[in-house]
Each structure stands twice: as structure tokens, then as C-alpha cells.
Design a protein around this ligand. Structure first.
Ligand code: ADP
Ligand code: MG
Length: 232
């Protein structure tokens, strides 16, 4: 299940700015980090510090004004390069990425595999359902699943195409505290089992510590700290 061609994510001195009515607003500046294949990192910081902006730039939804974003040997973004999102091998699970209500859990998971033969789609969906602990739920519709189960199906959908990198933006913020705590540990296990490189955003410190191998603390568009998490 380890993604083929998995590779180190690198951001070097990245600057991202928004053009607005009152001129250019630099949301992220001099932002550098390196995340090795198979590792999970968490960006932590107050609302408005630039966490989502960093993920959107990595996914290819915001251009980079300076610096470079690369995955393995491939430059994804720089001042002169902008690879389109669908060519980045980057998967996303954003909080607002709801499941398609008219598709079953298995069909939701297979959604990103539409170009593959039907057999392969079925096999992959089955494998992912087992990975997220919902082997029996493939035929159920989203409204027949709990919030936590829906979130696990959304994770399976994001993992299905075997992205080299998975981005998660506050994936648990719509859930109640108990579900959230349980799911945090479960999702770490699922990602580790899949050998999935992942960069996750949260503003909850406990969640960051529970999930990640590295925690990056953001402040005013900059990376203020980048710490390894020790596990006993
Ligand atoms: P976070 O995810 O950490 O809450 P964001 O990345 O969403 O922060 O926002 C960082 C900064 O960029 C904020 O000052 C925000 O107002 C600004 N910003 C975000 N998106 C846009 C946009 N589409 N246009 C203009 N400014 C934006
Ligand atoms: Mg955000």
C-alpha cells in the first residue's frame, strides 16, 4: 500500500501573497520545511496565521511569489513554475470536503479512480474500507453513517489514488470532542499503516502532538518552530 514514487516534500523560502483592494497582502513568507516520505507533520497556529494558505499552495491552488515547493525531484511551484493540481500527486482532505450524498461509501472511495477498470476500483475500495475499519459499510450512504465514520470514508477517498503526499486541513473540527480524540489516534494508525506522507493542519496542540512526527508552529505567516515529537 506504500505509494509508488513517494518522495520528500520541500518548501524553500516560500512566499505567498493575495492581491486585494488595498494592495498585496503577504500571507506566508520565508517559509521552509522538509518532510521525508512516510512522515506525518502537523502545522499548528492561531487562526489567520497562514496554515490553509500553505496547504493550498502545495496543492496548487495558490501561486508562489518566491521560493520553491518540490516533491522529490519535481518542482511543483516557484516564481516561474506552476504545475496544475491534478499533476502534483497530492491528495487533499479538507474539512468542507463532504462525501457525495447520492453515492455509497464504496462509490465515494472509488470516485478518484474513475479512469481505472471497474475491477480495480472495486478491489481498491474494498482494501481502503478495511484499512479504515469499515469493511462492512461499503454499501451504505453517507446519511447512514456517523460523523466519525463519514470522516473515515473521506480519508479513504483521499488515500485511494495513492497520492505521494496527503494534505489534511482541520479534518476533525466538525466533530464532537470524543469522536475527535478517538479519530485522531485512529487516523495516525491508518496513515502509518498506509506508509502515507501527510501534512495536517490544526489549531489544537494536543491533536498535533497525538498525530505527528513533526510539529511546526506558525506565527504571522512564518514557521516559528519545527520540532520532532518523541514517542515512548
Ligand atoms: P489559517 O488557515 O491559519 O487560519 P489562512 O491561510 O486562511 O490562515 O489566512 C492567512 C492570511 O491570508 C489571513 O490574513 C487571511 O485573511 C488571508 N487570506 C486567506 N485567504 C485569502 C484570500 N482568498 N484573499 C485574500 N486574503 C486571504
Ligand atoms: Mg485555515
Amino acid at each position: 500500500m506504500t505509494p509508488l514514487l513517494s518522495s520528500t516534500l520541500r518548501l524553500d523560502e516560500v512566499r505567498i501573497a493575495y492581491d486585494g483592494g488595498r494592495g498585496r497582502h503577504v500571507a506566508v513568507d520565508q517559509f521552509s520545511l522538509a518532510l521525508d516520505a512516510g512522515q506525518i507533520a502537523c502545522l499548528l497556529g492561531p487562526s489567520g496565521c497562514g496554515k490553509t494558505t500553505v496547504l493550498r499552495a502545495i496543492a496548487g491552488f495558490e501561486p508562489v511569489r518566491a521560493g520553491r515547493i518540490s516533491l522529490g525531484e519535481v518542482t511543483l511551484s516557484s516564481a516561474t513554475v506552476h504545475l496544475p493540481p491534478e499533476r502534483r500527486r497530492v491528495g487533499m482532505m479538507f474539512q468542507e470536503y463532504a462525501l457525495f450524498p447520492h453515492l455509497t461509501a464504496a462509490q465515494n472511495i472509488a470516485f478518484g479512480l474513475r479512469r481505472q477498470p471497474r475491477e480495480a476500483q472495486h478491489a481498491r475500495a474494498k482494501e481502503l474500507l478495511a484499512l479504515v475499519g469499515l469493511a462492512e459499510a461499503g454499501g451504505r450512504y453517507p446519511h447512514e453513517l456517523s460523523g466519525g465514520q463519514q470522516q473515515r470514508i473521506a480519508l479513504a477517498r483521499a488515500l485511494a489514488p495513492s497520492p505521494a503526499l496527503l494534505l489534511l486541513d482541520e479534518p476533525f473540527s466538525n466533530l464532537d470532542v470524543d469522536t475527535r480524540e478517538r479519530l485522531t489516534a485512529e487516523v495516525r494508525d491508518i496513515l502509518k499503516h498506509a506508509g502515507q506522507t501527510a501534512l495536517l493542519v490544526t489549531h489544537n496542540q494536543a491533536e498535533a502532538q497525538a498525530m505527528a512526527d513533526h510539529v511546526g508552529l506558525m506565527h504571522n505567516g512564518r514557521l516559528a518552530r519545527w520540532d520532532g515529537v518523541t514517542r515512548t
